[in-house]
Design a binder for this molecule. Structure first.
Ligand code: AP5
Length: 191
């Protein structure tokens, strides 16, 4: 299974990514987790991206690709991936398609986790995870939501045009969202 999870901050990409990776026995690749790992490891790339993460701004494409690209191709070779947080812009999606195509690593499906903004806001404000300093300031949460609407939401049309978009109501308990995703991907599963 090669799957991309798309959704606003707080929609549950990380939560569903972990559950789906376990279900399908493939790697969960989170661009945000990989970037935060570089920051906590104090790598050169981590030093370059830390301020973007702190402000809720997108990290420049070449830095994100440096972190995510090889992981996606190697996971695809090993059986598949659940990719969360990437792509986030049309430019990233097009570049990913160019790079993954020759390696037979392009996504088979894109799942959009649909939640209202207020649900996402409440989840982010309520998360207790000291590593998520981008949840601490309401202005940073608003910036992340605005970037989603401006830059990432247009990808829904891009993937719908490619015929691989599935939309799931993600405003329900995590287990119910997982079941809804599986039902949409595997029509013989109960919703
Ligand atoms: P990233 O790590 O991708 O964060 P995000 O998009 O802001 O999303 P979150 O991790 O906050 O939310 P989520 O949708 O994963 O939900 P989660 O499952 O965690 O990116 C962080 C930063 O890295 C970006 O701002 C940017 O700077 C940079 N970056 C990353 N990728 C990039 C890219 N491609 N290009 C440029 N820059 C990039 O859940 C959130 C909370 O809700 C948790 O507490 C969880 O327990 C709870 N929850 C989850 N599901 C449910 C549910 N169904 N019901 C109730 N609570 C739930």
């Amino acid at each position: 299974m090669r799957l991309v999870l798309l959704g606003m901050p707080g929609s549950g990409k990380g939560t569903q990514g972990a559950a789906l990776a376990e279900h399908f026995g493939v790697r969960h690749i989170s661009s945000g987790d990989l970037l935060r790992q570089h920051v906590s490891d104090g790598t050169e790339l981590g030093r370059q991206v830390a301020a973007y993460l702190q402000r809720g701004e997108f990290v420049p494409d070449e830095l994100v690709l440096a972190v995510v690209g090889d992981a996606v191709v190697s996971a695809a070779r090993a059986g598949g991936y659940i990719l969360d947080g990437f792509p986030r812009t049309r430019a990233q999606a097009e570049r990913a398609f160019e790079l993954a195509g020759p390696a037979a690593a392009t996504a088979e499906a894109v799942v959009y986790l649909d939640v209202p903004d207020d649900v996402a806001r409440a989840r982010l404000a309520g998360r207790e995870d000291a590593s998520r300093t981008d949840d601490a300031d309401p202005a940073v949460i608003e910036r992340r939501l605005a970037l989603f609407h401006d830059q990432t939401r247009p990808l829904l049309d891009y993937y719908a045009d490619r015929g691989i978009l599935v939309t799931v109501d993600a405003d329900r308990p995590p287990e119910a969202v997982t079941q809804a995703i599986l039902a949409a991907l595997e029509p013989d599963q109960p919703d």
